[in-house]
Design a binder for this molecule. Structure first.
Ligand SMILES: [Zn+2]
Length: 694
């Protein structure tokens, strides 16, 4: 679409079921923000729309499990997500939420129109119902034994152990994941949207009309369309969501993927009375930024809904990204394998641009990519600090030292080949960056900006103003000839810095702001039409002292993050747990080996500290038929008073050992946690001393 009158840019609605992590940012919020900031700099009429997706089964399930209302769940996460986005500089024009009344009205009216136009097929089917919890169960919420491998915690849609695709009917002894009740089948009626009626149109519109879409997006659409589309239920049995606006649909709400994309329309309505200019005029260019898991909804289902409704523009492009992995492993919110944005901002306050830089430079634009803390450190230290920061800092320091803090004049008659080379580079850079941004190649665009900074360093190195400054006349003043050389070099380096501020701004807005402050210029300079100009800073204008734009990140900071990530990991059950090596694991033993141990319950009769030894306690333990003296290294965890009368587990047949002159006959069992604290084992109720432990 060439030169549309306006742009409408949306980013996938984050699900209000948890905080956002950096994979979300890399997937769609950061690229969308870069694109929108660029369009605004080009003085385009653009709206940037987003909000929380607050409906759907996982939220109701979570509420049920926690014993709170779904509203309480979304009220916890919506503000948290909103704040993380704001602090990262994601510049939405509105960040709304789908529980907003405007959204409920808009989505219900949308459904009603399709209903009145006769689009829906009503079908009655049997579905699993949890009588204890009073809800219909999505396949995922039914668990049971896998018929293929016998794994007892297989889901109704898949066995995580053997990977088999399942249906709830195939599970042996199915159970509700909510209440453990046995699910029963119940008849229920739903409204189905006939996607197959749009197949021909979709093929023409996407496969013929949008060959420019990214390969991953186009390819996924092609495969969906070639496999054939089917009717999809657009309603669910639930009380949480947008109520189906039909009298015969009591207790039913819209399917979350029917209502969520309509959220883009409702949020625009909420934002401006001119919303129809953006949604209903064909001269709007609508762009959906999403992650790859949402392609079918934004490229197939939502466009078919818009087409059926009529009167709305269709997306002109859907630049979906692939996934970002963390330290070589897939992000998993349930295992807490993620870098959470709010935690990052606590650990690295005011370092939004470093994360923005790393996520863009390593964006999963064409394939899944990996985020590692080491790469984060390297890119910061070797690129932001060493290339961009270094160039600007050198320019500022030299300008203050050799040109009295003012923009020196350019002596045009003295320009040499190096000067002309860097002038050409400045002039041609904006077009290279624009071309990449307009094709949604944000990594390449950022690379071009950094390339200009790199050339700035090369230019500075060739001109060596600090060497020229040694050419002095007898009274120690820099010669007029040398000063003119210095003036030219620093004049061009300053113009280059002003250009870098414009070009880097969509990517690193916080850094661009600091640069404006150093240059004492106003935001207006950041308009893209100024990029490539060589007169952005006027001769004689005095500039501020240099500010530190980036700082080096030390190894310890990175080590801390890696440890934090690993410490937070929640081990997954069985399959995943077995993939995590346990450093304390010992070789397998036979049952006969185990039987050699004589484990007994004992009651502590007396207890005292062993003299002159910090760690040891001497205990007298009743083992029923005999009393034993045992020395145990638990003095730093328990006081003698705490132990008298308490029951413990003893290894009774351990060979006696002399410890500090005392013969110890047996060993008391403790559990050691990750922090090295010892916890005594004891039976959960009083047990006759001497009882065997098996
Ligand atoms: Zn299985």
């Amino acid at each position: 679409m060439q030169n549309p009158s306006r742009y409408l840019v949306t980013a996938a609605l984050p699900y209000a079921n948890g905080p956002v992590h950096i994979g979300h940012l890399a997937g769609c919020y950061l690229p969308a923000d870069i694109y929108v900031r660029y369009l605004r700099a080009c003085k385009k009429d653009v709206l940037f729309i987003c909000g929380s997706d607050e409906h759907g089964v996982p939220i109701t399930i979570r509420a049920l499990k926690e014993g709170v209302t779904p509203q309480e769940v979304v009220d916890r996460y919506h503000p948290m997500i909103k704040e993380s986005m704001e602090r990262m500089g994601i510049s939405f024009d509105i960040y709304s939420r789908t529980s907003h009344p405007v959204h409920h009205e808009t989505a219900a009216a949308f459904f009603k129109k399709l209903h009145d136009d006769g689009y829906f097929e009503v079908k009655e089917t049997e579905q699993y119902f949890d009588e204890k919890a009073g809800v219909f169960l999505a396949d995922r919420y039914i668990t049971g034994t896998c018929p293929v491998c016998g794994y007892e915690k297989a889901y109704g849609d898949q066995c995580e152990k053997c990977g088999s695709s399942l249906s709830p009917e195939q599970l042996i002894q199915p159970r509700s994941a909510l209440s453990d009740a046995i699910p029963v089948k119940r008849k229920t009626k739903h409204w189905y949207f006939p996607l197959q009626r749009f197949e021909g149109w979709l093929k023409e519109w996407i496969l013929e009309g949008h060959k420019e879409w990214k390969n991953n997006v186009y390819g996924q659409c092609k495969s969906w369309l070639e496999n054939g589309l089917q009717s999809r239920a657009m309603t669910r049995d639930s009380h949480w969501g947008v109520k189906v606006p039909l009298p015969e649909a009591e207790g039913k709400v819209l399917y979350v993927w029917f209502d969520a994309p309509i959220g883009y329309i409702s949020a625009t309505k909420e934002l401006t009375p001119r919303w129809q200019d953006y949604w209903c005029d064909n001269d709007t260019r609508l762009i959906h930024f999403i992650g790859k898991d949402n392609i079918v909804f934004h490229c197939i289902i939502f466009p078919s809904m818009l087409k059926a409704h009529g009167g709305f523009v269709l997306p002109d492009n859907v630049p979906a990204n692939e996934f970002l992995n963390i330290e070589g492993d897939k992000v998993s919110t349930s295992r807490n394998w993620a870098v959470w944005v709010h935690e990052y901002l606590n650990d690295f306050p005011d370092a939004q641009d470093i994360m923005r830089y790393v996520l863009c430079a390593n964006a999963p634009e064409t394939k899944d990519n990996d985020f590692t803390w080491k790469d984060f450190q390297d890119r910061n230290n070797n690129e932001l600090v060493a290339i961009l920061g270094n160039f600007i800092n050198r320019t500022w320091v030299l300008m203050h030292k050799l040109c009295s803090g003012k923009v020196p004049r350019l002596h045009e008659n003295l320009l040499d080949d190096d000067d002309r080379w860097i002038m050409d580079e400045i002039k041609s850079a904006p077009q290279k960056v624009s071309n990449c941004i307009e094709q949604f190649k944000f990594r390449d665009a950022l690379f071009e900006v950094m390339e200009l900074a790199r050339k700035g360093n090369q230019y500075m190195q060739k001109k060596e103003p600090w060497i020229k400054a040694r050419q002095t006349d007898p009274d120690g003043k820099i010669t007029a000839e040398a000063q003119q050389d210095i003036d030219n070099a620093l004049h061009l380096c300053l113009q280059l810095t002003a250009n870098l501020a414009i070009l880097i701004h969509p990517f690193l807005p916080f850094t661009a702001k600091k640069m404006l402050h150093m240059m004492k210029v106003v935001d207006r300079m950041l308009f893209w039409e100024n990029a490539g100009k060589l007169n952005l800073l006027s001769t004689g204008y005095s500039l501020r002292a240099p500010e530190l734009l980036f700082r080096k990140i030390e190894d310890e900071e990175i080590q801390k993050q890696i440890e934090k990530l690993k410490a937070g990991l929640v081990p997954a059950e069985e399959k995943n747990a077995s993939q995590l090596p346990d450093e304390n694991a010992k070789a397998e033993i036979s049952f006969q080996d185990f039987e050699k141990l004589d484990l007994r319950i004992g009651t502590v009769l007396t207890c005292e500290k062993v003299k002159n030894v910090d760690k040891l306690l001497k205990l007298e333990v009743d083992l029923g038929h005999e009393k034993r003296v045992i020395v145990s290294g638990i003095a730093q965890h328990y006081s003698p008073e705490e132990l008298v009368g308490r029951q413990v587990v003893i290894v009774a047949n351990l060979a006696p050992r002399k410890i500090k002159g005392i013969e110890s006959k047996g060993m008391i069992l403790t559990a050691e946690d990750a922090n090295g604290n010892l916890h005594l084992l004891q039976p959960d109720q009083f047990t006759e001393p001497g009882s065997a432990v098996k």
